[in-house]
Design a protein around this ligand. Structure first.
Ligand code: ZN
Length: 443
């Protein structure tokens, strides 16, 4: 049985709480806002003198402090504070160390030291009453959406690099953008041969920008390339919402193919697929069941499609070989490797474009190259350079609803830029008829 608490108790309790709160607030405020009778003139902090040093190869942070004429006890205090935020033994050559001095008539006074660990992190050492303290300062970024269009005069590279709307991007970021456009459209457009003056592009990009205007990360949301009047579009979409999204066209078909055209980004074809060729080492005529891509030793070799590694090891004349089984039953083989990439072993799941090993000339080879084979599910070898590559998976039915919404959103952003009308938007992929409208009579 519960007895009701008398009202008086409630009043007392409430008053106590209020008083306590008022005390705390008052204390807090008075601590933060000093009471001033007459306003004193406010002295601006003296300007700092900055001295920048860089960690030389093999040099320690302590040695840099020594070079900067920081006294012994101060060096120890600084290193101790630094260790709270980072490991002084794990610093990269070239790390920038900024000493912040307050100019004094006798000798400048060291107020702080900033150690730039990476573009996104700085350890800030500050002197206070008791000594030195350290904070990890993250470079602030902001997120925005960049929408750009352009016309090709000669090559795509120049059209992107010289676009005034992209001039605030660093050279490296613009280079990266061209590579990504090339990657996205690699199955549709050969940017080294097919491009024509008057071709146009439009792109919508979501990015994180640092104060120096370099990008921390970015994602192309929608891209269009119009080649000789034919528009190619790619819309970013993540069907499983696991960060492994990819690009689809307006109809939800994958822009990718199940296989890359070649396992090495920049390579020269040194020998083609043939049913009978004169072997350069054995000097006899026999079939060459793959394509040889010549590249310097150590060049990365990529898995041409998603799959599972089913063999790594020595395989006779092919030397170090990796075999990958793909979901569609195909098999790809990569020979003569100088070494396998760490973590690549039987059973490893690999993604298209993932590095699996390095070019070499193990086995029988006259020079460094990757011998690349494609085997169909029925066990027949095919010429990787002449087969029509099977398409990648379309948007799965389970994600259709989200796809309709997100793709439309992204295409609408693309359409704010000058360019050809986007048909699916004109027709509307999902025409919504207002509910109060009379039935249109079974059209
Ligand atoms: Zn070969």
């Amino acid at each position: 049985m519960t007895r009701p608490i008398p009202l008086a108790w409630w009043v007392l309790l409430g008053t106590t709480c209020l008083l306590g709160l008022a005390f705390l607030l008052g204390h807090h405020l008075s601590a933060r806002v000093p009471e001033v009778g007459a306003l004193e003139p406010v002295q601006a902090l003296p300007a700092e003198r900055l001295e920048v040093m860089h960690l030389q190869r093999g040099q320690t942070l302590g040695a840099v402090l020594q070079d900067a004429s920081v006294g012994w006890s101060e060096q120890n205090a600084l290193l101790l504070a630094f260790r709270e935020q980072a490991n002084p033994r794990r610093m990269q050559d070239g790390t920038r160390i900024t000493f912040r001095y307050v100019p004094e008539p006798e000798e400048d006074w060291l107020r702080g030291v900033d150690v730039t660990m990476s573009r996104d992190e700085t350890v800030r050492l500050t002197r206070d009453e008791v000594g030195w303290s350290a904070d990890l300062v993250r470079t602030p970024v902001w997120v925005d959406t960049l929408m750009v269009s352009g016309v090709i005069r000669d090559i795509l590279w120049n059209a992107v690099l010289d676009n005034p709307d992209l001039s605030h991007l660093t050279r490296g970021d613009r280079d990266g953008l061209v590579s990504r456009l090339d990657q996205i459209f690699q199955w549709q457009v050969d940017f080294s041969r097919q491009v024509q003056t008057g071709d146009t592009y439009r792109l919508v990009m979501e990015r994180e920008v640092r104060p120096d205007s370099s990008m921390r990360s970015s994602r192309l949301l929608a891209v269009e390339y119009v080649n000789r009047g034919t528009p190619y579009r790619a819309i970013w979409f993540d069907p499983e919402e696991d960060g492994q999204g990819t690009f689809f066209d307006e109809d939800g078909k994958s822009v990718r193919r199940a296989f890359l055209l070649k396992p090495i980004e920049l390579a020269r074809i040194s020998s083609r697929f043939s049913t009978a060729r004169l072997h350069p080492v054995h000097n006899i005529v026999r079939p060459h069941r793959g394509v040889d891509f010549a590249a310097p030793t150590g060049t990365p070799i990529m898995a041409t499609g998603d799959g599972v590694v089913v063999f790594t090891g020595w395989r006779g004349e092919l030397g170090n070989l990796v075999e990958i089984r793909h979901p569609n039953g195909w098999l790809t083989r990569y020979g003569h490797m100088s070494r396998f990439e760490p973590g690549i072993r039987v059973g490893t799941r690999v993604r298209q474009g993932q590095i699996i090993g390095r070019v070499g000339m193990t086995g029988v080879a006259t020079g460094p190259h990757c011998h690349y084979e494609m085997v169909r599910p029925d066990g027949r070898w095919v010429d990787p350079l002449s087969i029509p590559l099977p398409p990648g998976d379309p948007v799965p039915p389970s994600a259709q609803e989200r796809w309709a919404e997100e793709s439309r959103e992204r295409l609408l952003l693309l359409e704010t830029l000058p360019g050809p009308p986007i048909q699916t938007l004109v027709q509307g992929p999902d025409v919504v008829v207002a509910e109060d409208q009379p039935d249109q009579g079974g059209r």
